[in-house]
Design a protein around this ligand. Sequence first.
Ligand code: ADP
Ligand code: MG
Length: 287
Amino acid sequence: MLEITGLGKTYEGRGGVEALRKIDFQVADGDLVCVVGPSGCGKTTLLKCVAGLLSPTAGEVRVAGRRVTGPPPGMAVVFQEYGRSLFPWMTVRKNVELPLREKKVPAPRRRELVEGALSAVGLADAAAAHPWQLSGGMQQRVAIARAIAYEPQVLLMDEPFAAVDAQTRAELEDLLLTLWRRLGVTTLLVTHDIDEAVYLGRRVVVLSSAPTVVQEDLAVDLPADRDQITTRSAPRFAELRAHVYAQIRHAKGRTAGDLTAGETAPARQAPSPAPRDLSRETDGRTR
Ligand code: ADP
Ligand code: MG
């Protein structure tokens, strides 16, 4: 479903920032793959290239065999900053409905999809509220509802749970797994959180720090049914996470200790200095 081949991205200006050197991996139809790497290694850049919001400087991305040159149809994106991804003056219902209007879905079907998505994320009662009346976790659930109402073929998520508290985060992780199992949507999720990547992913693609390449493409051989307590306390879970930690440490060692903050960084990423991209984010969150 997703083919990322020789993908490279160098931002222009100040001699050029090489965010991605050469990224190669694929995601099969219906799979759930997590990409993990230290802060600043180019995860958001990678996701924006896959979403067609940024054009790569080398290589290509294909979705269902077609080369991505702009936002592909049938793709939804959930960004980290729920606060900026919802329109404050629109109700929850209107926020979820907006991409369906743009997709020209007829009104009765829109209503069905919006109601279905809101109840799937446990927010049926909040349809008439405004985003600012909701907690952070609830706002991020609205963003997830908006993505699934769109019935995407491919769902991209950029650190979607990084800004909520630990309890909410665990709940949202399980919500994602439930929805993924039910809908079978091909999902690519990037995170700097190694435990989260192993817990959610059927595969974990480990990125090195800059110059960024795929350090490892790891199959997660944990049982398909995951549970916060059972899965996270399984010996195999501990082995896998230790393995990924070692890979990332190894990758950092190789690049002479730049990005020392990566592994220990709190759940916030460096702000992206990209006015052009940010403006697109603000109005093109979910398509
Ligand atoms: P991550 O999401 O893994 O934290 P990013 O993809 O945001 O990493 O950034 C990767 C690198 O590219 C960083 O060095 C960052 O400073 C740089 N970068 C990101 N966006 C831009 C931009 N629009 N212009 C220049 N440099 C950028
Ligand atoms: Mg990022």
